[in-house]
Design a protein around this ligand. Structure first.
Ligand code: SF4
Length: 197
């Protein structure tokens, strides 16, 4: 499958997730605190290269892929996700500068459930949502306990893996995942250019 087709397939999975998240949010009132980027500041976010293939593809199309790749390689211990831009103003909140191309974990976190050892869905959300929106949090817990629809993390990882098992298999630090995705895209187009395709 070409990179373009893979990107399209990944975007279809993301679109389906967005619909499920929207339904869950409408039913429960769950939302992020406006302007909050706390989850992106976590130093240990793990992701697969595949979920960042759309970002890598867009960077390639806009001529930024090589620059990102070099910057990621030059700073392997980068503290935050490369796509995270902290505000310099009061409050030091942050935001994603690649929101439309963010990865699967970025879309799932806060509004999805993980199956526990007994196969029972457990809400995965953050401390900020829990403390800022306690009512919505309680409604969500009940909603899930009542077996109402919630995006299940595992299902979306399976769907991505079906697109490319190798790139969707291994979890790694988020910046490494972005770097690997860019490497795949650069190699793919460099090969095609050499062949004059
Ligand atoms: S890609 Fe964007 S949303 Fe995901 S961790 Fe990085 S800054 Fe946050």
């Amino acid at each position: 499958m070409s990179i373009y087709r893979k990107v399209q397939a990944i975007e279809r999975v993301f679109a389906s997730l967005e619909r499920e998240v929207a339904t869950f949010q409408e039913s429960t009132g769950m939302k992020c605190l406006s302007g909050c980027g706390a989850c992106c500041k976590k130093p240990d976010i793990a992701a697969t290269p595949l979920e960042f293939l759309p970002l890598a593809y867009q960077l390639y199309k806009s001529g930024q892929a090589y620059k990102w790749f070099e910057e990621l390689r030059a700073e392997p211990e980068m503290a935050n996700c490369k796509a995270f831009l902290p505000f310099v103003s009061e409050g030091d909140r942050g935001f994603c500068n690649q929101y439309n191309q963010r990865g699967l974990i970025c879309r799932l976190f806060g509004f999805s459930a993980m199956l526990d050892k007994q196969g029972v869905p457990q809400l995965i959300t953050c401390k900020t949502i829990k403390t800022e929106f306690p009512e919505a949090h309680s409604v969500s817990i009940k909603h899930i306990a009542d077996k109402q629809p919630v995006p299940i993390m595992r299902n979306f990882y399976f769907q991505l893996r079906a697109i490319d098992t190798d790139l969707g298999q291994t979890l790694m630090p988020i910046n490494k995942a972005i770097e690997e995705a860019i490497k795949v895209v650069l190699s793919y187009y460099s090969y095609r250019q050499r062949r004059g395709a």
